[in-house]
Write a protein that binds this ligand. Structure first.
Ligand code: BTN
Length: 326
């Protein structure tokens, strides 16, 4: 990692042009060194406009995350969370899984401005540009074993929906098992990875990726339409505040989940399900597909759906649900 790249990006955060010469002078380096730092940014997927005679600028202004501002918004919760901010990492989940196995405390939260290898469910990638999303992972330790944590991703979905609603975002729905949607397009995803044995104690690394803005190049990389907060909410979005509100709701839901599991969150989850009592396609772990009518979710978060032979439970995290079946 070129040590100049992030200081340079921070200097360009206002979206204004800065000449290579002015940047070189500011950092006490040569223009070639500035150019190399820009190249490194581009290799990490950060677009930097370079115009002869004018210099460099970012396509849009970026409000970098600020540890102190997030802590300030967390108020009384700040001493329950161990926040770690990284400019760039491969994946906050990968990093936190390692820290968890090394004994990181309950409540450790790893936040990254950029991920080089953000991971989604079912082996997919998670794409997010500089300043255009929120990507973080929270470590939560449970007395229960991993087998009692089936409904956890649904519970986290409830927390995220509550947070977005508190911020005034309308029409936020959930898709089983763990997407947050706006108008049937994905706004946020949740990736939960577990450590520990079946009977406990266990540790969950709860990764959240949220689209705040979606630059065109990210749309292309994802290959299907996604939603972003910017289209729902025209005011400027303070990612620091957003992160704090999401963490606050996550902590409340996780405390409850740790005590009684998913049970008490079930009705709220169902009321928010984008496909409640609708016909969907289920992509099953063996590669087959089936059409089914969604009837709800069970007390442990399993999907209840009828594929023609009566209500059945679908519990595997490897199942994917697709809507819009005629
Ligand atoms: C999905 O919908 O497939 C889950 C996406 C989860 C993405 C987040 S971004 C922060 C955390 N780190 C990762 O590598 N993935 C999760």
């Amino acid at each position: 990692m070129n040590p100049l790249t992030f200081p340079l990006l921070r200097l360009l955060a206002d979206g204004q042009f800065r000449s290579g010469e002015a940047l070189a002078r500011h950092f006490g380096v040569t223009r070639a060194t500035v150019w190399n730092a820009v190249q490194q940014a581009e290799r990490m997927g950060v677009k930097v406009y370079s115009v002869r005679g004018r210099g460099y600028r970012l396509p849009t202004p970026v409000d970098f995350l600020d540890h102190q501002r997030v802590r300030g918004h967390l108020a009384g919760l700040a001493d329950r969370l161990w926040l770690q901010f990284h400019e760039v990492t491969d994946s906050t989940n990968t990093l936190l899984m390692r820290l968890a196995s090394e004994g990181a405390p309950h409540g450790t939260c790893v936040v990254a401005e950029l991920q080089r290898n953000g991971r989604g469910r079912r082996g997919r990638m998670w794409h997010s540009g500089l300043g255009s999303g929120l990507t973080f992972s929270l470590l939560w330790r449970f007395d229960q074993g991993a087998s009692a944590l089936n409904g956890l991703s649904l519970a986290v979905g409830v927390a995220l929906a509550r947070a977005l609603e508190e911020l005034g975002m309308p029409e936020i729905l959930l898709k089983w098992p763990n997407d947050v949607q706006y108008r049937h397009r994905k706004l946020a995803g949740i990736l939960i990875e577990l450590q520990g044995d079946a009977f406990g104690p266990s540790a969950a690394v709860i990764g959240v990726g949220l689209n705040v803005r979606q630059p065109a190049e990210v749309h292309v990389a994802i290959g299907h339409p996604v939603a972003s907060l910017e289209e729902i909410w025209s005011d400027a979005i303070d990612r620091n505040y957003l992160l704090a509100v999401m963490l606050r709701h996550m902590v409340a839901v996780l405390d409850e989940f740790g005590q009684v599991g998913f049970r008490r969150l079930r009705d709220e989850w169902q009321a928010r399900h984008a496909y409640h009592q609708q016909k969907v396609r289920l992509l099953l772990p063996d590669g087959t597909e089936t059409e089914a009518m969604v009837q709800g979710v069970d007390e442990d978060g399993a999907l209840l759906a009828d594929a023609g032979a009566g209500p059945q439970r679908y519990a595997s995290a490897e199942i994917s649900l697709r809507g819009n079946v005629a």
